[in-house]
Write a protein that binds this ligand. Sequence first.
Ligand SMILES: O=P(O)(O)OC[C@H]1O[C@H](O[C@H]2O[C@H](CO)[C@@H](O)[C@H](O)[C@H]2O)[C@H](O)[C@@H](O)[C@@H]1O
Length: 282
Amino acid sequence: MGSHTDSTALPEPATPAGRAGLDAILADPGRAVIALDFDGTLAPIVPDPEQARAHPDAVPALAALAPKVASVVVVTGRPAGVAVRYGGFAGVPGLDHLVVLGHYGAERWDAVTGTVTAPAPDPGVAAARAELPGVLDGVGAWQGTWIEEKGRAVAVHTRRAADPQAAFEALRKPLDDLAARHGLIVEPGRMVLELRPPGMDKGVALLDYAREADAGSILYAGDDLGDLPAYAAVEQLRSEGTPGLLICSGSEEVPDLAKKADVVVPGPEAVAGLLRALAEAL
Ligand SMILES: O=P(O)(O)OC[C@H]1O[C@H](O[C@H]2O[C@H](CO)[C@@H](O)[C@H](O)[C@H]2O)[C@H](O)[C@@H](O)[C@@H]1O
């Protein structure tokens, strides 16, 4: 992995594949797809998920970059509409063609239409949601554990619990069992366990989008375990001849992602700096 802290200069990727990815973006930006996760990558991690917002430098950097590349897409575990709201993405000059793939790709918001498209909700989510309070009670009184209602998914956050990691570990098996009873999967993240329908992940979403956009190169930036399938998608695209660059918005919470990245930066402010530097280089 390479590390990068200078917000005014382009990063030097640590791997030949990453260097080839960056070179391809610079050589033919009109065919480059720039894909980014939201929480932890564009938006700083905060204790209350409802208070997360894009870093103030992030949207201006994206708006400077977007007109110079094929497309910019946000790929997030959030509902697409929530990411659009918390990101402040709607109606921004330069982001007229932004796409937000929400719920790990199950939902899609297009800036061109301002609408979200989504499949029918999975009935297993409502059934699991109804049982969730009982399951949490059964595990013990985890003060500060919080349920996030996500519409087509439901998440249990432990960041504000007295011992976040202990609460996360204690909930893992009961939530795995609850998900299995209702045909759902558990998506683990940064102090969060989400129950959601199977069949979609950020890798599937990114591959589909890259093919739709006829990407000649791709950049993906993420920070969490849910971004690993997107990393794998970039590696697959590389193996098929499409150069790619993997950026990690680094944290002590998710060391595994940094190990696979071409460039590691210290959080959303540095991600925005990198996007700005890329826009200026194009
Ligand atoms: O795919 P992402 O855009 O990274 O979304 C993943 C989850 O992010 C949110 O939770 C995380 O951010 C919160 C706000 O900073 C933080 O409090 C929490 O600990 C993190 O796990 C969001 O609440 C989830 O719905 C997303 O799936």
